[in-house]
Design a protein around this ligand. Structure first.
Ligand code: AMP
Length: 432
């Protein structure tokens, strides 16, 4: 199977070979043909599978085949949940369209809208956007979606998690009903299927990897440890293992900040990346991490979603997620592009039930180890931690499953009242 045999144009093939891709990834091989045929597609694929090229390449092919007009209306809209993902998708669109007469732009919140509005005024064929800023500009009359021919909804599951359902419904009404729709999601809950039914028209379904199975190349390990000894253990693992590029997940922003400080005082360069950080700070942290200047990046789930970090060797779950599917997303950041990776989870007594749910989901018992000096606390309760803003889709930690909130990127850690969850959700929405 080659990109050429998929029927992509010469100018796209040129850009693909410039990127150094030799063969289409499984999701690309499966998604590109039906998209080129003009069909709606529902794809199950997470970051790291090559999904972005899976929708961008055929989309660019279709747009460049059809005649352009002098006044360039938005003909393709790609909607993403986070700014980072929007910026990343846009970078891909730019690269793949290098040899085409296609104009593109990206819009997201947290930065001045003027340059974004000016780009749209000049005319763009492909617009990559987060929902908040898109609606903002539309409300101000600076943007029209009336001529959209292709709509891509990327990371639909995260879109729902972040509370963007109403925004998405509003956006849908701004586009003509006759259009091609592509929807990508890493997981397929009932809500996602409902959303898909409302958007897609007789979609072709494609899948990159079987749903909710962990990649074979990733070696997984659990360290049973006392809660108070986690920081010491993570420092030991990084230093003694001489790990040079580590992504650590914490459950809360507060936890991410705290751990970053402690790592720094232990002489390990680290940066936190979460929803409270400015766009500039996040971009800087990410590029420092990619270039090797920063050894550890500490992130919350929402902030980490969509980050493109190729060939990540180490992922650490400082706290394991109460949403079992998030575990799969997190460890999916290692072992990309065929490289092997290692995912370790530090599990204290109160996380026991979450671990059980994860093992059930991935269908295996994750090998467990105890390190001398960092033993678990035999007297600690196995009662699940009450999680501030913790979402609970999958039944992990059944005890707090009644506390439904849309974001686990929340501040602080203990009480989980509705008001605060709403506040967090609104804050998330505003910042996108
Ligand atoms: P994505 O899942 O779209 O975030 O892509 C993950 C990574 O795989 C990105 O760094 C892409 O540049 C890279 N990639 C995408 N398609 C291919 C391909 N066919 N061959 C090799 N690398 C690819």
């Amino acid at each position: 199977m080659s990109f050429k045999s998929l029927g992509l144009s010469e100018n796209l093939l040129k850009a693909i070979s410039k990127k150094g891709y030799e063969t289409p990834s499984p999701i690309q091989a499966k998604a590109i043909p039906p998209v080129l045929e003009g069909k709606d597609v529902l794809a199950s694929a997470q970051t790291g599978t090559g999904k972005t090229a899976g929708f961008t390449l055929p989309l660019l092919h279709i747009l460049s085949e059809n005649p352009k007009e002098k006044f360039r209306p938005v003909r393709a809209l790609i909607l993403t949940p986070t700014r980072e993902l929007a910026a990343q998708v846009y970078a891909n669109v730019k690269e793949y369209s290098e040899f085409l007469e296609i104009r593109s732009a990206v819009i997201f919140g947290g930065v001045n809208q003027k340059p974004q509005a000016a780009a749209i005024r000049r005319g763009v064929d492909v617009l990559v956007a987060t929902p908040g800023r898109l609606l903002d500009l539309q409300n101000q009359g600076l943007l029209s979606l009336k001529r959209v021919e292709i709509f891509v909804l990327d990371e639909a599951d995260r879109m729902l998690d972040m509370g963007f359902l109403r925004d998405m419904e509003r956006i849908m009404k701004l586009m003509p009903p006759k259009r091609q729709n592509l929807m990508f999601s890493a997981t397929f809950s009932k809500d996602i299927r409902k959303l898909a039914n409302g958007i897609l028209n007789h979609p072709v379904q494609v899948e990159a990897t079987p749903e909710n199975t962990t990649v074979d190349a990733i070696s997984q390990k659990v360290y049973r440890v006392a809660k108070g000894k986690k920081t010491g253990l993570v420092i030991k693992l990084i230093s003694e293992g001489n790990w040079q590029q580590v992504l650590i997940f914490t459950r809360t922003k507060h936890g991410a900040n705290n751990l970053t400080k402690k790592l720094a005082s232990a002489g390990i360069t680290a940066a936190a990346i979460h929803g409270n950080k400015s766009q500039g700070a996040r971009t800087k942290a990410l590029s420092g991490f990619k270039s090797g200047k920063i050894r550890v990046m500490v992130a919350t789930d929402i902030a980490a979603r969509g980050l493109d970090i190729p060939l990540l060797p180490h992922v650490v779950n400082y706290e394991i997620p109460n949403i079992s599917e998030d575990y799969v997303h997190r460890i999916g950041r290692t072992g990309r592009a065929g490289a092997s990776g290692e995912a370790v989870s530090l599990v204290s007594a109160d996380e026991t039930s979450y671990l059980r749910s994860i093992e059930k989901l991935v269908g295996m018992k994750i090998p467990m180890e105890i390190i001398e000096g960092f033993e678990p606390d035999p007297n600690a309760s196995t009662e699940p931690v009450k999680q501030g803003g913790g979402r609970n889709r999958s039944g992990g930690g059944a005890r707090n499953s009644s506390k439904k909130s849309k974001s686990n990127d929340s501040k602080g850690g203990n009480s989980s009242n509705k008001k605060r969850n709403n506040r967090n959700r609104n804050r998330n929405k505003r910042s996108n």
